[in-house]
Design a protein around this ligand. Structure first.
Ligand SMILES: CC(C)(COP(=O)(O)OP(=O)(O)OC[C@H]1O[C@@H](n2cnc3c(N)ncnc32)[C@H](O)[C@@H]1OP(=O)(O)O)[C@@H](O)C(=O)NCCC(=O)NCCS
Length: 256
């Protein structure tokens, strides 16, 4: 099978993040084949989830990633198979077409990032973070990050917390370690030009330029962290394009 990228590759010079509102999962599932597209193992995981909202988000994330991946490769949505890394990071199994993806789901939003020839992580949280979340700051941020957080105006602190959190989690999800890596072991700092940079002693110096981290605002309610690692340093950062599952993936559902 020819597993190279299609001629007009939408991912040649962009990363795409697909958004699905949780309230749209049912009609998305209806239009795309629903749980029938899942493997037996995925269906078993889905059925084990106790809360309807968790089941809905799990199903939405599975269906969204399958539909999205099929846009960039000649593979039917139900044919994708996934393996998990040491810390549980899902990756495309077999002929991956150079694709890497990552998903996140939170109350109200499911998002999937897709890149080709790079590695990506994504995380979404409601913003601003609740005041109660501040108690976790000393555990998840470095002393310097905590100081920066504390110096935010009070009304901004919840947004600053959410931004820092999603940037750090997106980074650990791209590395595949997730929360198995202590979040206070590395930091994300804002640069003078407004961009973000990861400061992590564990990244070899030669690889530091390969990383890009950013936080996007979604629908006024969510902070979306994106981390992308390039394979070669000469490729530079990738623009990140936000796309809506409805209507961009399923225009007929949007019209109905
Ligand atoms: C990955 C992790 C950071 C996600 O946290 P979260 O904020 O609850 O969830 P998100 O919605 O952002 O992401 C969940 C998705 O990330 C993906 N994911 C799972 N493990 C991952 C990992 N190690 N790296 C990257 N992505 C991962 C999965 O697709 C998962 O979706 P699913 O739960 O529907 O299977 C967290 O679950 C984690 O650290 N897992 C590693 C394994 C673990 O729990 N170890 C215990 C400590 S060592």
């Amino acid at each position: 099978m020819d597993c190279t990228a299609p001629f007009a590759d939408p991912l040649a010079d962009t990363a795409e993040v697909w958004l699905l509102a949780e309230e749209d999962v049912d009609r998305f599932a209806e239009a795309t084949g629903g749980a029938a597209l899942l493997t037996d193992e995925e269906r078993a995981r889905h059925d084990r989830l106790l809360f309807p909202a968790a089941r809905r988000r799990f199903l939405g994330a599975r269906l969204l990633s399958r539909q999205v991946l099929s846009r960039y490769a000649d593979v039917a949505p139900d044919s994708w198979r996934f393996r998990t890394g040491t810390y549980g990071r899902p990756e495309v199994e077999g002929c991956a077409w150079g694709l890497d993806f990552n998903i996140t789901h939170t109350n109200g939003l499911i998002a999937a990032i897709v890149v080709r020839g790079r590695t990506a992580g994504v995380d979404a949280e409601i913003t601003p973070a609740k005041p109660e979340a501040m108690q976790f700051a000393p555990k998840v941020f470095t002393p310097l990050e905590n100081e920066v957080l504390r110096r935010n105006r009070e009304g901004q602190r919840g947004h600053a917390f959410a931004d820092s959190w999603v940037a750090k989690e997106a980074y650990t999800k791209a590395t595949g370690m997730g929360m198995c890596r202590g979040f206070d072991a590395f930091s994300v700092h804002r640069l003078r030009d407004g961009g973000l940079a990861v400061v992590d002693e564990d990244i070899p110096e030669t690889e530091r330029d390969l990383w890009q981290v950013q936080v996007l605002q979604v629908w006024d309610r969510f902070a979306l962290g994106v981390a992308i690692r390039a394979d070669r340093s000469d490729t530079g950062p990738l623009p990140v394009r936000l796309r809506s599952a409805i209507p961009d993936l399923l225009p007929e559902v949007a019209r109905s």
